[in-house]
Write a protein that binds this ligand. Sequence first.
Ligand SMILES: [Mg+2]
Ligand SMILES: [Zn+2]
Length: 222
Amino acid sequence: MLFVVDFDGTLSLRDTVDAMLERFADPSWEDVEKEWLDGKITAVQCMQKQLHMVKTDHAKLEDFFRNIQLDISFLPFYEYVSQFAKLAIVSDGLDHAIDVAMKNADFPNLPVYANKLHFVTDGIDMSWPHKNPNCNAGNGVCKCKVAQDLSSGEKPVILIGDGKSDACLAKSADVVFAKGSLIKYCEANNIPHIKFQTFADVLAEVKAWPEDARNNFACLSA
Ligand SMILES: [Mg+2]
Ligand SMILES: [Zn+2]
């Protein structure tokens, strides 16, 4: 069993990239965001444009990353499911922001698959180690490809997410926990999903699964 956990808006209370742009970028970042949400540009094009709008220094960003607020109910969830499942954070956000936030909050040291953040003079840049040219979702991190590699065909793959970057995996995951705009996406595309707000909700649901459901996952998302 593999849990693919989104970071921004799922493990973190707010979208880290949005919060960073609000704080350090020209307000026109929101116009770029809208172009992405409207499907006019890809996530990669959107992030490239937006990150170049960030004007600040390394120390201020580190401080900002340390203050990212996480869903504290992730801890009991992790303690329970890590007894029988693999977990990974798979995010179309920034690897370094995730690492710093997790470490600062004393959260478990999970594998992180995200875009790579680089510090440059007066700002930041990004590279894409998990981009998949064969995925037409246009994300920096192709969550379906990462999930496929991590599970190596083993099932079930369980997605926990909230947004547009989770859409490509929502189609192929065996179980989908959804909040935010991912709920609307699942509804529009007839993808069975379980709604949640915090990891306490996810934990309650997983605990209610019959023991053998871990092997017979087809019944889980019904
Ligand atoms: Mg998210
Ligand atoms: Zn994909």
